[in-house]
Design a protein around this ligand. Structure first.
Ligand code: G6P
Ligand code: MG
Length: 218
């Protein structure tokens, strides 16, 4: 058996929460209510459909199915206008060093994201070719905290779940990794991600020694 690594995308490799915030805020404002940063925090790791359901609940609003789908498409178009401007500079500090280590040591790594825009984003930041497998919101039927996305990724990397290390910034994602019997590394606030096996504020706090120990073959 061999070790493998699975990365979430949004909030781990890039900070797209700021773009989601702008796009959801515009949708809310157009519908006549506000949308806060605190609410945006609660949408980390939450699918597009579930996010809009939550937002409408917060705005105390109901939409017909047709209008719901129209608003969701408008939001995504708006979000993609921000994504369009992305390039390698959007890769979060400390991430390239870890990816380089994995490559040099032939440790396979995959993407495990809820986003349906994941492939577009990876291409924009020039990492699309680097991943050994990509599993995203277009490949799964069950959302995090269901471990489906990570289990498919493990399978594609031909690794046992127990041999996988998952980097996640959302509570649902950490839970998904834990349920999948993988090692969970939380990236963000330790008060929020307390269920993770290890927690760091960001990748600059993660040393190569730590990664080495984590991936050491038992
Ligand atoms: C990630 C983000 C969420 C987003 C979801 C779906 O999990 O953290 O905020 O809602 O992906 O993204 P999408 O790009 O498909 O709208
Ligand atoms: Mg995330």
């Amino acid at each position: 058996s061999h070790k493998a690594v699975i990365f979430d995308l949004d909030g781990v490799i890039v900070d797209t929460a700021k773009f989601h915030f702008q796009a959801w805020k515009k949708l809310a404002n157009d519908l006549g209510f506000d949308f806060t940063h605190e609410q945006n925090e609660q949408l980390k790791g939450v699918s597009r459909v579930e996010s809009l359901k939550k937002i409408l609940k917060w705005g105390d609003m109901e939409l017909s199915e047709e209008e719901f789908n129209r608003q969701m498409a408008l939001k995504n178009d708006n979000y993609l206008s921000y994504v369009e401007e992305m390039d390698e500079n959007e890769i979060l500090p400390g991430v390239p060093k870890v990816l380089k280590y994995l490559k040099e040591n032939n440790i396979p790594f995959a993407l495990g994201s809820a986003s349906k825009n994941a492939r577009t984003i990876l291409k924009k930041i020039n990492l699309y070719e680097d991943f050994d497998a990509i599993v995203d919101g277009t490949d799964v039927s069950k959302a995090k905290p269901d471990p489906e996305v990570f289990l498919i990724a493990a399978e594609k990397l031909k690794a046992e779940p127990q041999d996988c290390v998952v980097f996640e910034d959302s509570v649902a994602g950490v839970e998904a990794a834990n349920i999948g019997k993988m090692t969970s590394i939380g990236i963000g606030d330790e008060k929020v991600l307390q269920e993770a096996d290890h927690i760091f504020n960001d990748f600059t706090e993660i040393s190569i020694e730590f990664i080495e120990n984590l991936l050491r073959k038992e």
